[in-house]
Design a protein around this ligand. Structure first.
Ligand code: FAD
Length: 414
């Protein structure tokens, strides 16, 4: 019995972080992953040197759990600028942090009403000063209603804030929990959205490479679970404890966990000839009402030149599921203020199960144990890399405490 490992079902960020925490406390782990790679929803395809993440994703250096478990230097994180370009019916408006994007100050002043902008800055700064615990305990509401009651309205809301958060929440109405929005604002004030130079998959790869050899088994889809065993087809694997760290739909099927609905997104990748787009700045271009179904578009090679060789790589996303052949070139020309007609479409990623919806009131720490099985996954904290990672550590801590009698100094991070 004592030689049996703790079995972790799912090799996404939640499962890998649970495995990491247990391993460093001397516990044997076995991660069973149904796919051929670790990382779950964090993947990068590299085709002819072009790096295409599975959907436009960014890692924020302000994530407290990432600061604990990742080696940022080895990831070679490449930051984005603190600014956005909004494509509006009146043209492109550039908004930036004046300390970083000096020349963009006039646009920052011209877009939307000053009171609305001042209200947003005040609101974001006030959230950044709160502890994670204060945010999770605050009154929850729909993000759009909370922003409106804070005075963030009018064109500044519709042309900048709404399209920006639509790209973060992957839903356009901003019905997502304001607690989560506040958490996002806190990390945006405290950290930098970035990409690892080798692609987003470098994050799960780094976590997996630090585990003892043989800790992860691939092509092992778990078909049923109990508190002390799992089944992979006909094979039964006994376990000291089981951590269910799959996506929420699989967790519902295997463990009866209540699964939220999914928010979906489609991302396209285009290659453009070498040149200068968006002044060479790594900024997010949001759709402030001027350009079809697109939510945002980003010249990734402005942040990470190595994402493509001898070309510029542009990632474009729209909320929901869309066809490969959606005619984007006209919109992209407007959004990037160029002629995009010759750009080459090189990737199309419709992702139906991208983010578990977080409707208010959202709990960042629902019960970790269900019917004797420990549950991790972003839906157990927040739909983000931080949420997935922290949920893994929380499940591991519960196992260490309940099964191994090791009391951890849990800092109630979220
Ligand atoms: C398009 C997109 C954009 C995003 N953008 C951002 C962003 O910018 N910033 C941010 O912080 N977060 C972002 N996220 C969210 C973040 O990527 C996820 O919240 C996080 O990766 C979820 O990790 P997880 O381990 O909880 O789940 P998953 O990554 O889903 O991992 C679950 C794993 O379980 C495995 N599995 C499932 N069933 C079984 C089974 N029966 N047996 C064995 N294994 C099984 C799966 O194969 C998978 O590997 C984005 C996500 C997407 C999809």
């Amino acid at each position: 019995m004592s030689n049996e490992p703790v079995v972790i079902v799912g090799g996404g960020l939640a499962g890998l972080c649970a495995a990491r925490e247990l391993s460093i406390h001397g516990v044997d782990v076995l991660v069973l992953e149904s796919g051929e790679r670790v990382g779950g929803r964090v993947q990068t395809d590299i085709v002819n040197g072009v790096h295409m993440d599975h959907g436009f994703q960014l890692y924020n250096t302000g994530y407290s759990e990432g600061q604990r478990v990742l080696d940022y230097q080895a990831l070679d994180l490449q930051p984005f600028s603190s600014g956005v370009i909004s494509t509006t019916p009146r043209g492109r408006i550039k908004l930036g942090d004046p300390r970083e994007l000096v020349g963009w100050l006039p646009g920052s002043i011209a877009s939307g009403s000053l009171p609305s902008k001042a209200a947003f800055i005040k609101y974001a700064l006030s959230q950044s000063r709160k502890s994670g615990e204060e945010i999770t305990r605050s009154v929850d509401g729909n993000a759009h209603a909370v922003l409106a009651s804070a005075g963030i309205t009018g064109k500044f809301y519709s042309e900048v804030i709404q399209p920006f958060f639509a790209g973060v929440f992957l839903e356009s109405e901003l019905e997502t929990s304001s607690r989560f929005m506040n958490m996002v604002l806190k990390t945006f004030v405290q950290g930098k959205p970035s990409l690892p130079s080798a692609g987003m998959r470098a994050i799960p790869d780094q976590l997996a490479n630090a585990l003892p050899a043989g800790s992860v088994r691939f092509n092992s889809a778990v078909t049923s679970i109990s508190p002390t065993s799992v089944r992979v087809g006909a094979e039964v694997i006994n376990a000291r404890a089981v951590i269910l760290a799959t996506d929420s739909t699989s967790a519902a099927e295997l463990g009866g966990v209540r699964a939220p609905r999914w928010n979906s997104v489609t991302t396209w990748y285009h290659l453009a000839p070498m040149g200068t787009l968006d002044e060479g700045k790594p900024v997010i271009v949001v759709n402030g009402g001027a350009a079809g179904p697109i939510t945002n578009s980003v010249v990734l090679t402005n942040a990470v030149p190595g994402y493509a060789h001898d070309a510029q790589l542009i990632s474009t996303s729209a909320v929901g599921i869309h066809e490969r052949e959606l005619n984007l070139k006209e919109y992209l020309s407007t959004m990037h203020d160029t002629d995009a007609s010759q750009w080459e479409l090189v990737g199309h990623y419709p992702i139906a199960r991208a983010l578990p919806a977080m409707t208010p009131p959202h709990s960042f720490s629902p019960p970790v144990e269900q019917d004797g099985v420990y549950v991790a996954g972003d839906f157990q904290a927040s739909s983000s890399i931080q949420g997935a990672m922290v949920s893994g550590r929380r499940a591991a801590s519960a196992v260490l405490s309940n099964v191994f009698g090791q009391l951890e100094d849990w800092d109630s991070d979220v």
